[in-house]
Design a protein. Structure first.
Length: 75
């Protein structure tokens, strides 16, 4: 991810970048918080009280969340 023009990125892009850094550093405590923030940033404002998320996350996000789950399972 190129951050030359940081203002063109969404919140989820910035959180994904930070999550990837935490995963590279194997910092599970920070990765926990960032994975939660990433999921919230991708699903907020999606619907009412009984709304069920049905869309798939983009591949970079799915990959990061899979890597996060793998790191978490090694705790």
């Amino acid at each position: 991810m190129d951050f030359d023009d940081i203002n063109k990125y969404r919140l989820s892009d910035r959180v994904l970048f930070a999550l990837n850094l935490a995963l590279e550093q194997k910092d599970i405590e920070i990765a926990d918080k960032l994975a939660q923030a990433l999921e919230l940033s991708m699903t907020r404002n999606s619907g009412g009280g009984e709304f069920v998320e049905r869309r798939n996350f983009p591949k970079p996000i799915s990959d990061a969340l899979i890597q996060y789950e793998e790191l978490r399972s090694k705790r």
